[in-house]
Design a protein around this ligand. Sequence first.
Ligand SMILES: [Zn+2]
Length: 128
Amino acid sequence: MSTDARFDGPGPDDVFAVALAEGRILLQHCRACGATRHPPALVCVACGSADLGWIEPSGRGTVYSTTTVRERDGAYNVAIIELAEGARLMSRVDGIAPEAVAIGLPVTARIVVEPQPHLVFQPVGEWS
Ligand SMILES: [Zn+2]
């Protein structure tokens, strides 16, 4: 698989999804201005450049915002995580009660398959 995000290659969403299925997290990175972002796009939203590559982030981040969603089956958490590399992504925090998720909480990413591979986060120190 190529990690080159040229327009004639696989689309950036596909690159991200294929890597995730392989157990790797990829974060889109702008070679022109250094911005990282998620979800992947064809051009950098910060500077408009199409010169985009990929980095493998640390998986560390902090909770940027959090909401508890209550349903008949129980409550779950929806959070925006700001990765250490700067990108923000919508996910959820597992491993603690949904209402205990707080802004600024240090979290780390893992990949779950349910049934599509995607990223969830857990508080740092809960597992390793
Ligand atoms: Zn840029």
